[in-house]
Write a protein of this length. Sequence first.
Lengths: 107, 122
Amino acid sequence: EIVLTQSPATLSLSPGERATLSCRASQSVSSYLAWYQQKPGQAPRLLIYDASNRATGIPARFSGSGSGTDFTLTISSLEPEDFAVYYCQQRSNWQWTFGQGTKVEIK
Amino acid sequence: QVTLKESGPVLVKPTETLTLTCTVSGFSLSNARMGVSWIRQPPGKALEWLAHIFSNDEKSYSTSLKSRLTISKDTSKSQVVLTMTNMDPVDTATYYCARIQELSSSWYFDPWGQGTLVTVSS
């Protein structure tokens, strides 16, 4: 099973600041990696797929990069609604795994 | 508009079998490029994928839970059912169903249902 490790666990930032979240895979997942956003009491929402493609309706301030084992989600300028938990996710051999999440909180 | 809605018991006793239903709308379970997965999230913890089913009835299960899970679908009712046997308090979680959609090069969960909280307690 491929393990995804996210860092940091918590990111404390102010609105308007840039957020950089990391996801590392225990073995190569090529570019088949997604990022989801989850707000308290809500279901996760797909943000980024195939490492760098924004899902429908996702603002341009969200961007993804990386391939192989190292991936990054960047939020260029944090809006108040962006404070949430972010998960990365991969699929290999029809087994999906998620990272443990990064919480982006207001500083 | 694509929606998914989970339903089932809010409380189950240890050793009992949990049966959850996901009712979908806005897409067909017979669509060749889509499927449905179940994913759970214990309170305050991370997401854990459980199982999936595709239109051709292809299924896959989490390796760690495979012996306890069964997934099935009723295309005419637009429903996907998950059963989990021998429930334990550690299985207390919010259970989500999500559409699996092929996007570009791979398959991803979009959208998700609202989730249903299942508590395991005697």
